[in-house]
Design a binder for this molecule. Structure first.
Ligand SMILES: Nc1ncnc2c1ncn2[C@@H]1O[C@H](COP(=O)(O)OP(=O)(O)O)[C@@H](O)[C@H]1O
Ligand SMILES: [Mg+2]
Length: 448
């Protein structure tokens, strides 16, 4: 067996634990382009908090790689797995298929010695108002997801609607929502609407604009008086997939709705994990066992939409808190982006592991270069250029060992629904039968 490459572990942990608690993510690629071949397995630490950045251009394998990291949680030994939970913010609505075995790649999987398998520990959460769409398409939903209206501050509403706290709209929202929050612990959007209607100081025009937005928010299908508890999303050993793709259709400002949702979740995860950490430390000292919450891997696709390099969203502050202070309470982040250059500088610089699939834009390569320049001898561009042209080829940067590897990410054992859609449905491939030409121009059409 070839020697294994372990990333994200320091020497102390390596000495003590070896490869226990690692994820098998791919194999080292040796040689250039066509002559390249796969050698040592690459294992990634899952026992300590990390910030993992996954980047690459469209279709290069980013979402696939994030999915395979979640698969690896399932492969951990029980006593480690029960201390980890995954929350995947699924912006594209593609991860539901992880419950199914990856039969379509059975051939490739065989070469890697892996069997197709659906993830038994995946749970799908859908905003309550969209569950019917799912069940209509024959997909089983584990849990409807709701946000408690009472969780949102005046500022959350204002930012989500694109108002400033100092314009007329922001001012009404602040007055009304603050008053309601003070007097009640549970309320609905309709209660807010009534309060806006009854507000004596605001102009009619302003009130109508705010009510309009509140009405629209009802249509997002996610608000309720009682919300889903964050503990339900963060269960030991479970990969929770929160599908937020539907907001694309229901709202033109769909990113702001998602950002609000991520903001609320990030804040809650941080608070809960801080509490849990205290309880864990207390029990270590006293020897008593305390009921705690597992460590968290929060995975976010299109991360630059939430923590952008310029400007900010409702989620920017809460995510930056996780990025800068999440280590102590045991929170890991996996951020996926096509555009590392468009990601907030702190999110980039705090990443201790990077999986970069093919990237072509100079500004994006420069962004990666800026993080790694201290220990890179060769240029990152050369590493990227020399990658084989296969899907899932990537360079892996490990801040811990200050090393860079060319790698082929392993094929997934659960189904990945994220490939480019094709207009032709498979069953209607009548008239196909072209083989890949042996020489350019030499098309061979077999009998239909
Ligand atoms: N490691 C891999 N092994 C095999 N196929 C892969 C791998 N990574 C990606 N692919 C293929 O490439 C397609 C696109 O990958 P995806 O992760 O959806 O791209 P994106 O970078 O746009 O998120 C997948 O549907 C899959 O077929
Ligand atoms: Mg993707």
């Amino acid at each position: 067996m070839a020697e294994k490459i372990i990333i994200g572990k320091d020497w102390k942990d390596l000495k003590k634990f070896g490869e226990i608690g690692t994820a098998f993510i791919g194999k080292h690629v040796v040689g250039k382009g066509e002559d390249s071949h796969l050698t040592n397995p690459i294992l990634m630490d899952l026992t300590r908090p990390h910030i993992l950045l996954v980047c690459g251009k469209r279709g290069s394998g980013k979402s696939y790689s994030a999915g395979l990291v979640s698969e690896e949680i399932y492969n951990l030994p029980d006593e480690i797995r029960k201390n980890i939970s995954v929350l995947m913010i699924d912006t594209m609505g593609i991860y539901w298929s992880m419950k199914l075995p990856n039969e379509k790649d059975a051939e490739i999987l065989k070469k890697w010695g892996i069997k197709p398998q659906g993830l038994p520990n995946a749970k799908i959460f859908i905003p309550e108002g969209h569950v019917a769409d799912y069940t209509k398409s024959g997909i089983k939903v584990d849990n409807p997801f709701t946000l408690a209206v009472s969780e949102l501050t005046a500022e959350d509403w204002a930012v989500t609607f694109g108002f400033s706290m100092i314009d007329d709209h922001g001012i009404v929202i602040e007055r009304v929502v603050d008053a309601i929050r003070e007097s009640r612990t549970e309320y609905s959007i309709d209660d807010i609407i009534t309060a806006v209607q009854n507000d004596k100081d605001a102009e009619k025009r302003v009130k109508l604009a705010v009510i309009n937005r509140m009405q629209a928010a009802k249509g997002w299908g996610v608000f309720a008086q009682k919300g889903t508890k964050v503990e339900e999303l963060l269960q030991p050993g479970v990969v929770s997939i929160l599908d937020v793709s539907h907001f694309m259709r229901v709202s033109s400002g769909s990113w702001s709705v998602r950002a609000m949702l991520v903001a609320l979740l990030a804040r809650k995860i941080f608070d809960q994990r801080l509490k849990a950490r205290k309880a864990e430390e207390y029990s270590q000292v006293t020897g008593q066992t305390a009921k705690t919450m597992p460590m968290v891997w929060l995975m976010i696709d299109e991360a630059h939409q939430f923590v952008p390099s310029e400007g900010s969203t409702a989620a920017t502050g809460p995510l930056l808190t996780l990025i800068k202070e999440g280590r102590e309470p045991g929170i890991s982040l996996l951020m996926i982006t096509q555009r590392p250059n468009k990601l907030h500088a702190d999110a980039l610089s705090q990443s201790d592991m990077i999986i970069s699939h093919r990237l072509t834009s100079k500004s994006d390569i420069d962004a990666l270069r800026s993080i790694m320049q201290t220990y890179m001898l060769e240029d990152i561009q050369d590493y990227l250029n020399d990658l084989p042209r296969t899907k899932g080829a990537a360079i892996i940067l490990d801040d811990n060992s200050e090393r860079i590897y060319q790698a082929q990410m392993r094929p997934r054992f659960s189904w990945h629904a994220g490939g480019s859609p094709i207009i032709i449905k498979e069953k209607s491939l009548i008239g196909g039968g072209y083989e890949k030409p042996k020489k350019p121009g030499e098309l061979t059409k077999e009998k239909l």
